[in-house]
Design a protein around this ligand. Structure first.
Ligand SMILES: C[S@@+](CC[C@H](N)C(=O)[O-])C[C@H]1O[C@@H](n2cnc3c(N)ncnc32)[C@H](O)[C@@H]1O
Length: 430
């Protein structure tokens, strides 16, 4: 089975790109978050061109995404990655199988990419063994009979997670959902005011960027191909384009604050939604942002400063009591955005999901008595699990009957839209 990806924007494979991808993958396997491992490997790599960096990033996500599948192929070839003492060797086997089966690369090209120097390529895996694997005819690949386990094996998910996702969608939707969670995510952007997205689209096209409107959110556009060019565009350079999934834009838009309103962004992270909220309230309004993570909050502060959003502040005490709207973009499993963070597939567990639901409930319960009457409380996640979404909100409403939904909840599914899966509920305190 060889899968040729139709994505033309994979970047440029090379020996240096493979070395960076493998070094990042080894760190991911040892427990470093993928984003961190990738940024460290790219920072250490010398003389890597833009397209090679793009390929390395794609490769490292793919190796995590298809980990189970690649290891099963390794076993079918008679060289299971788990049998190698060195994680570097296991990584090389996975890379070779990924290039052969998912990208249909020629053995000679793969071998050239894997002629790696020094510590990235320990010499315990000889070229001859790799050559043998690459030249071997495709072996039998046994799949489980049971449909959910089979889907888990084909789409490379842990059985427990596939079984859990199977309870969230119709039986016919499980495979499309798992496939979408494996798909390299599209680059979606939010067009910031005062620009209008139709005008931005025309301007980007004139600059050679293949951008399209994204109907799902009012200010959204996306770049199906040639994403690098958009980062060179005038609009991006002056901060009028913000990288943001359409679902995430819709979640922020649920707050719908009036111009001049006072908004609290309780879990601001690196400030993605803070910026969207600041744009919505305008300079006459105020956004107060906070987060448990000091590091993420520093990132948010840097972004806000660079964009000169002087009506955003980061006080140690949030003015929840006087806010017109409080956004809780809650810590969650991230099950809706596994395409972007594929290492989470192997790090998540039923226990971590249960822990997140405890935090979600605690945050809401703590905030509820502090909100003024008439204030809006928006609760959102990038999870597609009911346990972190409707069930949290339903339990909250039972406990705090003065709150009520103002509209049906937002549900964005990764297999039905461009980008990740999101949830949001808009509540008002009566
Ligand atoms: C989904 S992320 C937020 C993403 C962010 N709003 C954005 O748009 O980029 C959830 C955030 O909640 C933060 N967090 C976790 N527990 C928290 C708590 N008890 N209070 C406040 N923030 C918390 C995490 O550090 C994380 O940054």
């Amino acid at each position: 089975m060889t899968v040729k990806l139709d994505n033309a924007d994979l970047g440029k494979a090379s020996r240096k790109a493979a070395a960076a991808a493998l070094s990042a993958h080894v760190q991911v396997v040892k427990g470093t978050p993928l984003r961190q491992a990738l940024s460290d490997a790219l920072a250490e790599a010398k003389g890597l061109g833009g397209q090679e960096r793009h390929f390395a990033a794609f490769a490292v996500r793919e190796l995590s995404r298809h980990l189970r599948w690649l290891d099963a192929w390794g076993r079918a070839y008679g060289c299971p990655p788990s049998s190698f003492h060195l994680k570097e060797d296991a990584a090389i086997i996975r890379y070779a199988i990924w290039r052969k089966h998912r990208l249909a690369a020629a053995p000679v090209q793969i071998l050239a990419e894997l002629k790696l120097p020094g510590p990235v390529r320990p010499r315990s895996l000889p070229d001859a063994a790799l050559q043998k694997l690459l030249d071997a005819p495709t072996p039998e690949f046994p799949l489980p009979e049971e449909p959910v386990e089979r889907a888990a094996a084909v789409h490379s998910f842990p059985n427990w997670l596939a079984a859990r996702l199977a309870t969230e969608v119709d039986a016919t939707q499980l495979e499309p959902l798992l496939a979408a969670l494996n798909h390299e995510s599209a680059l979606a952007l939010r067009v910031r005011p005062p620009l209008r997205r139709e005008a931005v689209l025309a301007s980007l096209r004139a600059q050679g960027v293949e951008a399209e409107l994204l109907d799902e959110a009012n200010q959204a556009i996306w770049v199906p191909n040639g994403r690098r060019a958009v980062f060179e565009s005038r609009e991006m350079k002056v901060g009028l384009l913000q990288v943001m999934d359409a679902g995430s834009q819709r979640l922020a838009a649920l707050c719908a604050p009036a111009e001049g309103a006072k908004v609290v962004d309780y879990c601001a992270g690196a400030g993605g939604k803070t910026i969207a909220l600041a744009d919505a309230v305008g300079p006459a309004g105020r956004v107060y942002a906070s987060d448990l993570s000091k590091r993420r909050l520093e990132d948010a502060q840097t972004r806000v400063r660079m964009l000169k959003l002087t009506h955003v502040s980061f006080p140690s005490e949030l003015p929840v009591e006087t806010a017109d709207c409080v956004l809780v973009d809650a810590p969650c499993s991230g099950a809706g955005t596994l395409a972007r963070e594929p290492d989470q597939k192997w790090k998540l567990s039923e226990k971590t999901i249960a822990e997140r639901t405890v935090s979600q409930t605690e945050i809401l319960n703590k905030l509820a008595p502090r909100l003024k009457r008439g204030a809006v409380l928006v609760y959102g996640t990038c999870s597609i699990l009911r346990a972190e979404n409707e069930e949290i909100v339903d339990a909250f409403l039972k406990r705090h009957p003065t709150f009520g939904r103002t509209q049906p909840d937002l549900r964005v599914w990764p297999h039905q839209s461009v980008g990740g899966g999101y949830y949001g509920a808009r509540l008002v305190k009566g």
